[in-house]
Write a protein that binds this ligand. Structure first.
Ligand code: NAD
Length: 357
């Protein structure tokens, strides 16, 4: 069932792929780094055109998870899984149970959670065949998306403060791409804070819901990235910031939940050259995983809220360092995360794993 697949640059600790003819499952799990703890990361289900695209996604997303947990000070490593398939057509209980068996084959070194294309309900099915489902042991575990949205909101305010000298949102214009689990709640926070929210979604129902609940102004999906606004909040897919799209941006701040927003490292410099403040994705979108960890620790509501508040400060520190050193914010965020990982290497490795389950 298990076979190794390519691991570009040999940077990841383990990358495995499985196919299961009975259930139709084809999936990849990438474990990037377990320096700080067992790898934790969501499971994305998407109809990738080619296996290579799925592999690329798993490699990039798992690296982001290492950095996200390191920056947020969590005792987790970085991992991610992808299921190749259309969640609306191919997802069955048998497929999810086969995914659970795949996760189980890694003996706890990878812990799965929901992501785009999978839900908390799917995780409960996966938990029938593996105990390594993040936070599932708590029957009352909440959807992490509102916590992610709150972290994004606080990080966005840090970006606004750097751009405009104060973080008041009254009258500021924000363009949100994607009104799903995170984008919807972000629209709510922004509207409550007095911002004027423009938004797009390819799903008409999601757009209507946010229009009805928060009075957002709809924008066509193909226009949202270039809508004139103070803040652009990408909350849908990754790699939307590239040479072409960056040249056409009409915003001063980028602050959104989507993972891997930059198509390449060079896009960090492109944003810097255009004087656009970029709040690095893995720093600003850590609210969900921070809250999952706090729930695992049985933390009080107050402690949970304080933990998410720190995301705003983390983003502010990164932006300040980036400005002071005249470097791109993503570059600084990676350097800070790697500093944390290296500090751990130099002292004592927190989590021991020889690499084979
Ligand atoms: P979701 O699938 O619930 O929502 C995404 C929304 O974007 C959907 O409503 C979809 O219709 C819409 N969309 C897709 N393509 C679009 C396009 N081209 N234009 C406009 N809308 C489009 O996902 P989510 O949980 O809200 O997560 C959003 C992003 O944030 C993802 O990249 C995810 O990986 C990332 N993220 C989510 C969490 C979380 O807690 N849910 C945590 C960290 C990062």
């Amino acid at each position: 069932m298990l076979h190794l697949v390519g691991n570009k640059n040999n940077e990841h600790e383990k990358v495995v792929m499985t196919t299961d003819a009975d259930s139709g499952l084809t999936a990849i799990i990438a474990i990037h780094n377990t320096q700080l703890g067992p790898a934790v990361g969501g499971c994305r289900m998407f109809p990738y055109a080619q296996d290579d695209d799925a592999l690329e996604d798993a490699l990039r997303l798992s690296r982001g998870m290492t950095y996200k947990s390191a920056l947020a000070g969590l005792p987790f490593g970085g991992g991610k899984s992808v299921i190749i398939g259309d969640p609306r057509r191919d997802k069955t209980p048998a497929l999810l149970r086969a995914m659970g068996e795949f996760v189980n084959s890694l003996a706890g070194h990878y812990c799965i959670a929901e992501d785009s294309g999978t839900s908390p309900a799917d995780m409960r099915v996966i938990a029938e065949t593996t105990p390594h489902v993040t936070g599932i042991e708590k029957t009352c575990r909440e959807d992490p998306s509102p916590a992610t949205a709150l972290g994004v909101f606080l990080g966005l305010k840090a970006g606004v403060k750097q751009a405009f000298g104060h973080d008041t949102l009254t009258g500021r214009t924000v363009a949100i791409q994607g009104l799903g689990h995170v984008g919807y709640h972000l629209a709510g926070y922004l509207s409550a804070a007095g911002a004027k929210v423009f938004a797009s979604d390819i799903n008409a129902e999601n757009l209507l819901r946010a229009e009805k609940d928060f009075g957002i102004e709809p924008v066509a999906p193909e226009k949202i990235l270039h809508h004139t606004c103070d803040i652009l909040a990408p909350c849908a897919m990754g790699a939307i910031l590239n040479e072409d799209s960056i040249a056409k941006l009409r915003t001063q701040v980028i602050a959104g939940a989507a993972n891997n927003q930059l198509a390449t490292d060079a896009d960090d410099d492109r944003l810097k050259a255009r004087n656009i403040i970029y709040c690095p994705d893995f720093a600003i979108n850590a609210g969900g995983i921070v809250d999952i960890y706090q729930q695992q620790q049985n933390a009080s509501q107050e402690t949970r809220a304080l933990a998410i508040q720190r995301i705003g400060q983390n983003v502010a520190d990164i932006l300040e360092r980036a400005q002071g050193m005249k470097l791109g914010a993503q570059q600084i965020a990676v350097a800070v995360a790697e500093e944390k990982l290296n500090a751990c290497t130099q002292n004592e490795r927190v989590y021991q794993w020889a690499g084979n389950p």
